[in-house]
Structure formats: C-alpha cells, structure tokens
Design a protein around this ligand. Structure first.
Ligand SMILES: [Zn+2]
Length: 473
C-alpha cells in the first residue's frame, strides 16, 4: 500500500498534513488531493476483495479495517451497436451501474468507511445530493458505524429509499451548511479527499481491461469535477509505474448539464478560473453543483490533456438514456447517460475523430430515479393510463379516456366530441358534462384549446391533445 505523504490543494498547490477532518484548502477553498508515497510497484491484487485489488495505489489501511461490498471490478462493455450507429472505431462503456448500490461512489464509500474504522470513528455525517448518501448508508451498515444523512428536497426517490432501507438517519434540509465534524463524528461529502481518491480506480481498471493500453478519449460526467481530476491522476500514476505504456495520450472530456455548467462556461471563456453558476437550474440533481470544488482542477486537466468540456441539454440526456437502454441493454441514470449524449454530440460536430477508441463512464443505475423512468415510459409506450395508475398518479375515468382517444384521432369541438361519444361508444351524457370533462382535462394538462373557427355565425372551439395527453394515450 502507499503511505500518505500529505494533502495537496488541486488549485493553488498548498500542502497540509493529512487530517480526516480537513476537506478543503484553507487558502482558496478548493478540493484537496491525497498525495502518496508509492512504495511498491503497481500491482492488481486478485486475492483481495473489491476496491482492495488496487491497494498498491491507495492510501494505506490495515487489512483488519478494510470494508468491502464487492465494489469495483465492473464490466467494460464493447459497444458494437453504438459503434456502428455512430461510425466510431471502438467504443467501450465502463458499467458502474452494477456496483453494490448502483453507483461508482461505492468505491469511495469503501475507502472512506475503512479509514473511519481505522480511526475509531463512531458516527458519520453526510450531506448528499443522492448517490453518495445511498452508498455511504450501505457501507455504514457493513461497518457498524452510524450515519446521519442530510438531503435536500428534490432528491431522486430511489436514492432516498435506499438510505432509509439501509438504516441511515435521514433529515431533509433547505440548504447544506458547511457542517463541522463533532466529537466522535466525522463529516463526509462528495469533495472529501478520500472520497475523490477512490474514483481514480475506475481508470486504472479500464487500463487493465483494455489489455494494458489507454483509450484516445475518456468521457466523464462533472458535478464537483472530482471524477475528471481523479481520472487524470490515474493516468499519471499509470505513466509513472509503466514507463513503456502504449499510446500515452488520453484526452479527458468532461460533461455538464446545460442548466448547471460552470466548468464548461469557463472552458469556452478560455478562463482558468471557474465562476460559480448564479442560477443553477437542472433536474439532474446529482450534477446541480453551482460552485464545484474541483472545478479549476477539472478545467486544468481537460486543457492539459487537450480534451474538451461540453454541455448537453435535458432532451439530449433523455434521448441518451433510451439510446443506451435500447442499443446496449444498459439502463443508466440521467447523470450517467450524459456521457453518451456528449459522445453523440461531439461525433456529430466532428470534434471526436471516428478512428478513435473512446471510453464512456456510466456512473450510476437508472433504477435510482423512478420519476425519469416514468417520464421515459410515458414518452415511449401506449400504457400511459396504466402507468399513471400504478405509480399512484391520477386515475382518469373511462369517459375522460374516451375523450382523449377521440382527440388522438383529430382535433374536435365540444358538440362533435359529445356526438362521437354517443355514436362510437354508446355513451349518453349531457353536453355540459362533456365540457366539464374537457375543463378537467385542460387543468390536468392533457388537453388544450387549439383554435376557434366561426361557421355559419357559430363559434366553435377546437380541442387538441397536449404532449402529455399524447403520451398518456
Ligand atoms: Zn488552495
């Protein structure tokens, strides 16, 4: 294992003695990197479980304190169908959806919780946008250390369910305050130096799985920017240990959602300093990070590797979820399918050469986000009414469903709908009742007024289905 030398600021370079309570640089507030004195050569230890196969490049933890739920060692899929579709030479998907709690952060929880055990910590406090809290909850069960998780409203439901099921104590807060560690309790967040350090093992693993070669591009999602930095660190370690590495140049591509893309904006400003996003607005909750702690570091490593920073919009992200699921049988959460959305965009814009080898990190499972799954199902299937009912939504009466069916064939006015209900469905109701149903359907967002046409001096208001109505029917 590697002994910790010190913590180094990823922005200003200031160094500090290692302290599990020190999370950010005292000078500039940026994320810290755990710098190591590598004693051994880099070896992949098959005899060890989970993350600990990479013990030779991880901060030292005595074996009796090492915790694992079998994280890491995830599949690297060759994606032939997407290669053909996009016309790219080689595409690999690093499938972190199969981690014990469905997220790449299980690697981080394994390392942090093992340190916590080694330091005799009894209680962990976290504030999390979702995945880290869910992951730490599972590892706190395994280690017997209690966990207090603070989450914000809007958290993905699946992640909240996970935390509760694993037995964490969960509280909902309006905003995350910079919590301080208390006696016997330690705070852990996504930008924690140990949490970030573990993320580098994804790239190290990819290198082994590609038979000791490196891809031309690696595409990673960016929230705090830590994964981009950790990937760069892994690439440097590989070059340090393996002098004759083939194709040493791997470009790092970092992706953010359009509604919250402070690192991408700095990249396009050609600035070396990331400015906080003033009004972040994205439903990709895990990437809604206005002031990324590894932002400047991520920007620097993208530039240094001649990579690219790119943002994608929500439509592109939803399309990418479907694309990945339909082409590869891999169901990713929105924050993870971002990398596929970026790949498509960059190939279309000819920013990635087609004769390249590309690796996309798929960082988390789609099963964690029932709301997005429902939205996709409504867009893609004709089982809308059943889905609404099963998911506890509004159940529409059979008359309303019939009105929607009539409107799915053509736009129609009130009397016409009344007549069709009578003739087609043998339904005898009064005309005012039809208008009441139409009003309800408008209020629920399934129907809207389309146009008013005057025929023989009589005004007729036509009704049509909204996109929501079309999806439902
Ligand atoms: Zn600093």
């Amino acid at each position: 294992m590697a002994k910790i030398a010190h913590l180094r600021c990823t922005n200003c370079g200031e160094t500090y003695d290692f302290d599990i309570n020190l999370k950010l640089c005292k000078k500039c507030g940026s994320g810290l990197s755990v710098e190591l004195n590598y004693s051994d050569k880099f070896e992949y230890l098959d005899s060890q479980i989970g993350l600990w196969k990479f013990a030779s490049i991880l901060p030292e933890v005595k074996e009796i304190f090492r915790i694992s739920l079998g994280e890491g060692n995830t599949v690297l899929h060759r994606s032939k169908r997407i290669e053909n579709e996009l016309g790219i030479k080689e595409l690999f998907l690093k499938d972190e959806t199969v981690e014990p709690t469905g997220s790449y952060l299980d690697r981080s929880s394994a390392l942090f919780m093992s340190f916590a055990l080694m330091y005799g910590i009894k209680r962990i406090i976290t504030y999390s946008t979702g995945n880290l809290g869910a992951s730490l909850s599972a590892y706190s069960s395994k280690s017997g250390i209690s966990l207090q998780a603070y989450v914000k409203q809007g958290i993905d439901l699946g992640k909240l369910y996970q935390m509760i099921a694993y037995g964490a104590n969960v509280s909902v807060v309006e905003a995350f305050k910079e919590l301080k560690s208390k006696e016997g309790a330690v705070v852990v967040t996504e930008y924690d130096p140990l949490v970030n350090e573990a993320k580098k093992t994804i790239m190290s693993e990819v290198f082994h799985q590609l038979n000791f070669r490196l891809p031309d591009y690696v595409i990673v999602p960016m929230g705090e920017g830590g994964l981009a930095y950790a990937t760069y660190k892994a690439l440097n370690e590989l070059k340090f240990f393996l002098k004759n590495i083939k194709n040493p140049k791997t470009r790092i591509i970092g992706v953010q959602p359009e509604g919250c893309a402070p690192i991408v904006k700095a990249y396009f400003r050609s600035s070396s300093a990331v400015e906080p996003e003033i009004t972040p607005k994205t439903r990709i909750f895990d990437l809604n990070i206005a002031d990324p702690k590894f932002g400047n570091a991520a920007l620097r490593v993208i530039k240094e590797t001649e990579g690219i920073a790119v943002s994608v919009n929500e439509e592109e992200i939803l399309d990418a979820i479907s694309f990945l699921a339909e082409k590869e049988g891999l169901l990713a959460e929105p924050a993870a399918s971002l990398t596929i959305a970026a790949l498509k965009k960059l190939i279309e814009h000819k920013e990635i050469k087609k004769e390249s080898t590309v690796v996309c990190f798929i960082t988390g499972s789609g099963l964690k986000d029932p709301r997005i799954l429902k939205e996709l199902a409504l867009r893609k299937s004709n089982l809308g009414t059943l889905i609404e009912e099963l998911s506890g939504g509004k159940t529409l009466s059979s008359t309303k469903v019939k009105i929607l069916k009539i409107l799915s064939e053509k736009d129609a006015y009130g009397y016409q709908i009344w007549r069709e209900l009578k003739e087609k469905y043998e339904l005898n109701i009064r005309i005012p009742t039809v208008y009441q149903h139409l009003l309800d359907l408008i209020n629920d967002g399934y129907v809207k007024k389309s146009e008013t046409i005057t025929t023989s001096g009589r005004k007729r208001i036509y009704y049509k289905l909204t996109d929501r109505g079309k999806a439902l029917i």
